[in-house]
Each structure stands twice: as C-alpha cells, then as structure tokens.
Write a protein that binds this ligand. Sequence first.
Ligand code: HEM
Length: 523
Amino acid sequence: MDTLVSLELFGGVVWNWVQESRLLMTTCSVLVALVSSVFLFSRFRKPLQLPPGPKGLPFVGNLLQLGSLPHKTVTELHKKYGHLVYLRLGSVQTIVMDSPELFREITREQDNVFSSRPHLTFTELVAYDAHDFAMAPYGPHWRHVRKICVHELLTNKRLESTAGERKEEWRCMVKAILEAANSGDVVDMRDVFAGVSMTVMCRMLVGRRDFSAREDKPRDFKHLIHELFRLMGVLNLRDFVPALGWLDLQGFERDMRKLRREFDEVFDAVIQEHRDLASGKLPGGKPNDFISVLLDLPGENGEPHLDEKTIKALLQDMLAGATDTSAVTNEWAMAEIIRNQEIQRKLQNELDSVVGRDRNVQESDLPNMPYLMCITKETFRLHPAGPFGIPRETMADTKLNGYHVPKGTRVLMNFYSLGRNPEIWADPLEFKPERWERENLAQVQDPEFRIFPFGNGRRQCPGYILGSSMVLSTLATLYHGFNWSLPPDVARIDMDEAFGCTLPMRTRLRAVATPRLPPYLYA
Ligand code: HEM
C-alpha cells in the first residue's frame, strides 16, 4: 500500500514537473519569438530620418566645426545641405533653418511644438534659474510673467504715457553730440546707442536715468549688459558635453557667477529703495515705474504676488531685451548710411518735408516716414540684431519637411542666412532700402517671413513696438539734427561682425557730426 502511495506521489510530482516545464518552455518560446521579432524589426525597419547635415566627430559631434563665426559657417552649410540642417553639438541634437516656409511652419502651424527654450547654464546662473520669461521653458510660469510684463510695461497706453521721457532722452543725446561737434571730437556711436537705449529703459523700469545713481559707488551698468550678452552668446562646454562641465575649462561659469552677483547687488539696492520710498522711510513719494507696479501686485494671504527672484529676473529680461538689440541695429544702420551719402540725402529730405527745420522729431512723426522704415527693414535684413535669435526647443517628436525631429531638439532660426538668401533677394549683399519701397511699410514685421527681426508666434518679442520705435526715433533724431561723415583717420568702415548673442560690428563705429538745424533746437 505504502509503495502504491509513493508511486502515485512520484507520478504526480513527475506529471506536475512535465506540466510546469511545458509552461516554462512555452513562455521561453514566446519570449524568444518576441525578442527576435523586435530585433529583426529594428534591424530592417527604416530608421526615422533626421534632416541632412555634416558628419560629426565622436563625442563632440559638429561642435568644433562651428569655428569662431558660427553664423557664417552654418550659412555655408545651408548651401550644401539645404534650408534645414541637422547638427550634433556634443550631446545636443540641433536643427538650423533659413527659409521663410520653415519659419512660418514652426512659428505658426507647429507653434505648440516649437515654443520652449533649452535649459542652459546661462539660464541657471545668470537668468535667475528661469524665473524670467525670455529663457524660461514653455509653461504656466512663462505665461504668467509674460502677461504681467506685456500688460504692465509694454501696452500702447503705457508707451504713450512715457513718450515724453523718451523724447527727453533723445534731446540729451543730441546735446552731448553737439558738444562733441563743437569741440571737434569724433563721436563713438556705440557709446551713444548703448547710452540712449539704457537711459530710456532705466526711466521706464526704475523711474530715473541710472540704476545705481543712489549707490555710493555708481557702477558701469552698460558694462553689465555687455557682459550679459557676451555670456549669453558663448558656446559653453557644459551645455554640450555635460561630462566635462565641472571643469569649467573656458572660465565661463566663473564669469557667470560673478555677473549674477553684480546684478543682485544693483537690483537688491533698487528694490529696497523702492520699498523705502513707498513706506515713507525715504522722502520723494512712491515712483510710478515698473518696479513699483511689480512690488504692488496683490498676492494671496498678504504674501507678495511675485518673489524677489522673479522681480529681478524680469528687470533683467526687460533691460537685456531692449538695450543691446536696438543699439546694435542702430550702429549697423548708421554704418550703412555713412557709406552711401545718397541714402543720407534721401533720408534728410524726408525728415525736412515731414518734420521741417523749425521743430524736433517726435515719435508721432514716424508713421509718416516710409524711407526711414525702408532703411530700418533693410538693416534688419542684412544685419539682424541676433544671428540665431533666442534658441528654442521642441516639446514633442515631430516632422519638418518630411524629416523626423525628436523631442528636446535645439532649434536655431538662422536670421543671418535668411537675409542673404539669393533665392529671395536680388543682390543680397547690397544695402538697398529702395527694395522695400513697394512693400507694406506700416510695420517692421514682414508678413511673408522674409525678415524675422522680432520672431513670431508665442515666443515673439513682446517689446517689438517699443524696440521699433527706439530704432526709428534714434535714427530720425540723429539725421534730422546732424550731417554725418567718417573721421579723417578712417578710410573705410570695417563691416565685419563679431559673433555673440547679438551680432555687433567688429570695430566700433566712429563718426563726425555737423549740426544742420537752427541753434535754438539744440537747447
Ligand atoms: C530692436 C529691438 C529688438 C529686437 C531686434 C528684438 C528681437 C527679439 C527676438 C528675435 C526675440 C526672439 C523671438 C522668438 O524666439 O521668436 C526676442 C524675444 C524677446 N524680446 Fe525682443 N527685441 C527687441 C526689443 C525688445 C524690447 C524693447 C524688449 C522689452 C522691453 C524686448 C524683450 C524681449 C523678451 C522678454 C523676449 C523673450 C520673449 C519670450 O521668450 O517669450 N525686446 N526679441
């Protein structure tokens, strides 16, 4: 009996084992079949095709091929690979484009995919860790603070109410130039343009001409802005080869930290001062400027609406957005006009017929000056303020021109190459304001996307009305008030660019001014 039971038990065990083995075998076979089909599928499936571009080196990709003037290198690449070029910059997949159709596609049809910004070391260390909105990724924070700036600083109503302040600044500029002219001095135009754009913005933001006027040691704020643009435009190794980032071989991170400390000192002082003015601790009453508006926004449960980091980040955005961009544009415009005295003559004829010679230029004259608008559009075409704008990043996988563009791809719009594209422009390298004469001159933006000075779509420049007015008014004031020529020691203007986030002239423009209005208009 015992033997029978044992045999039965043994038989059961063997049976179970056979059953389990079968299950195991079946599972194994299914797994093997699955793995091999995935393998075969990936082996023979057509890979998703990325846009064309040059082959890169291991590890660094195409980074070293960009050279010291990347806008020129990439413009050459467009000639070889077409309007959409793929680059691998270290570990960063990047696409660059230079055609109106592609600009339209990414800022109109696919704006929802192409509207974020990459996270750069600059964003973290200088731009207050994306508490601003120019460098912030697409999302609720960006939407919220952009709305505040547009509604509180950049509305038509606010711009109209501050027109008088801007007019005063243009008068100050004219006075300083007249002094130089009277003493036979050559005028450094870069200083003039940087100075006037800075004082105009300071008055709108902090209610006076200089950020640090009340500090014991007033600092050179123009230098901070200049440094900001330099560091925004550098190719920082950590952004492309993160494994080497900690070494800070180029010293950029050290400079970024220093710059942030300097901005902090200035901004902290000016915010504290505004608090003291509002509370009566300092005499003078509460100013009616952008900082006061930001400090006054009502928050919840007695908390401030915006924290200090965000307020500082927004001040930095507004300053950076407005100053270098308009100053660089004005310097190029003037260089082109000085090279061609016929353009100067036509512009001054227009000024004389619209403004006359018995009063000064006003912002309200600008819509009546089509030739001035032609000059400005032509400057944006040939000398865009920034060669690649502000980089964008894709928020999802997508297709462009039939090519695969993965999520997280860096997107550069090559404004420089767009403006020199011979498929669009006759004599692309010649500065000819007349080419715009038959176009719609009501605004600087081009509805056909052939120039793209302020971007487009959700991330379009929010300061384009103010920015256009700063460029047009400065040029109108300078050419209404003076004739301009080259200094005797300058035979020709160096028209080469220095690469950066903006694209300034490599050599500062210097010029000689000769007054052309009755003396009382310079008072
Ligand atoms: C001639 C003057 C100016 C030029 C050429 C210019 C150009 C640009 C360009 C090309 C962009 C990138 C747009 C894009 O990604 O599609 C931009 C963005 C921006 N600009 Fe301007 N700009 C000028 C004046 C101003 C002014 C006056 C302000 C503010 C007072 C300003 C503030 C900004 C800000 C905050 C952004 C980032 C917008 C965002 O990411 O949502 N800009 N600008």
